[in-house]
Write a protein that binds this ligand. Structure first.
Ligand code: DMJ
Length: 410
């Protein structure tokens, strides 16, 4: 949005808390108490506000017990509710926080909402209903789920686009990276967060992953397992940095998988982690590109200039951390340390950290942006990778897609 909403402060709060930086945490809390105000005439992304602000505030509340975070999260959620006023109940991508008017991105297929956006509200909204006793949030996300369950899926795959007016799919594109990613993640995490009671979510996850494995996951000539993008019946042999989170997801979902294929999914997670590590290792800066190909002799390397950037994204480190938790193979700490050193060497600037425009260039230029997920996710996952397993054990905590830990609801 165009307002000063303090995304970095909110997104970083729980990282500060987990790292024991309590003075900085208190400063953040004070700022939020005095300045965080959602009655602004600003159009925001429902998804981004949910995962970064509501997720960040809820995690800060659960970790610290400070009421102000809960109050602000609930106020903000109220401002997002008008986005659900569509003919189908599938929310608009954007909403004006003051007027409540919603709309979709101009670039999305046939006026559609995006799967990874309307499908990444479940964890936070279930917690909002739990904390307030008001079922309105729960009902909104369960309505989305029911609607999705009723729809036909081409080849068993969920397309990235769904029109909120007609309830019909847009283009038949499927991705485990951008536009699709966290929808699959939240199916699995809805089950985990419910203490494994929400078996409907687990079934949807298992069905989706089976179709993805069949149609999107391949091995390159050089033996690298990759997840491609499905475009109208054709597989594009390209994988995004965003897709690399799936290694961790497969490992997290291994336990409880259908037909007891736990070993298979842990192995798949390890293969994705390896491929994503290769995408880092094959660059000059040892930082991964935004997207990389497996085509015509090219393996795990970006081809187009506009896919060579690294914007401090967390997904590869996230997967290293999950793989570390489940296997304790020291290579994951080694790979995490390589990434840490590269970030410190090439992304550190006087005012913080910056994205770089070309990971294959020995003299990189900066994009001059420190994304809020750098503090929320990248540094948190690195910190956890080098911490003991009893810091936020996965039996008790489920991380939202922005790495904000929410407790399992027993
Ligand atoms: C984050 O905001 C979240 O992880 C989201 O699910 C995907 N993109 C960014 C980080 O790359």
């Amino acid at each position: 949005g165009n307002s000063q909403l303090g995304a970095t402060i909110v997104d970083a709060l729980d990282t500060l808390y987990i790292m024991g930086l309590h003075d900085e945490f208190r400063e953040g809390q004070e700022w939020i108490d005095k300045n965080l105000d959602f009655s602004v005439n600003s159009e925001v992304s429902v998804f981004e506000v949910n995962i970064r602000f509501i997720g960040g505030l809820l995690a800060a509340y659960y970790l610290s017990g400070q009421e102000v975070f809960k109050i602000k999260a609930v106020q903000l959620a109220g401002k997002l509710l008008p986005a659900f006023n569509t003919p189908t109940g599938i929310p608009w991508a954007m909403v004006n926080l003051k007027s409540g008017v919603g709309r979709n991105w101009g670039w999305a297929s046939a006026g559609s909402s995006i799967l990874a956006e309307f499908g990444t509200l479940h964890m936070e909204f279930v917690h909002l209903s739990y904390l307030t006793g008001d079922p309105v949030y729960y009902n909104k996300v369960m309505h989305i789920r029911k609607l999705l369950q009723k729809m036909d899926r081409p080849n068993g795959l969920y397309p990235n686009y769904l029109n909120p007016r007609t309830g019909r799919w847009g283009q038949h594109h499927t991705s485990v990276g951008g536009l699709g990613d966290s929808f699959y993640e939240y199916l699995l995490k809805a089950w985990l967060m419910s203490d494994k009671m929400d078996t409907e979510a687990r079934k949807m996850y298992d069905d989706a992953i089976e179709a993805i494995e069949k149609h999107l996951i391949r091995k390159s000539n050089g033996g690298l397992t990759f997840i491609g993008e499905w475009k109208n019946g054709h597989l594009e042999r390209k994988m995004g940095h965003l897709t690399c989170f799936a290694g961790g997801m497969f490992a997290l979902g291994a336990d409880g998988s259908r037909d007891d294929k736990a070993g298979h999914y842990l192995q798949l997670g390890a293969e994705i982690a390896h491929t994503c590590h290769e995408s880092y290792d094959r660059t000059t800066l040892k930082l991964g590109p935004e997207a990389f190909k497996f085509d015509g002799g090219v393996e795990a390397v970006a081809v187009r200039q506009n896919e060579k950037y690294y914007i401090l994204r967390p997904e590869v480190i996230e997967t290293y951390w999950y793989m570390w938790r489940f296997t304790h193979d020291p290579k994951y700490r080694q790979w995490g340390w390589e990434a840490t050193q590269a970030i410190d060497k090439y992304c550190r600037v006087s005012g913080g950290f910056s994205g770089v425009k070309d990971v294959y260039s020995s003299s990189p230029t900066y994009d001059d942006v420190q994304q809020s997920f750098f503090l929320a996710e990248t540094l948190k996952y690195l910190y956890l990778l080098f911490s003991n397993d009893d810091l936020l054990p996965l039996d008790n905590w489920v991380f939202n897609t922005e790495a904000h830990p929410l407790p399992v609801l027993h």
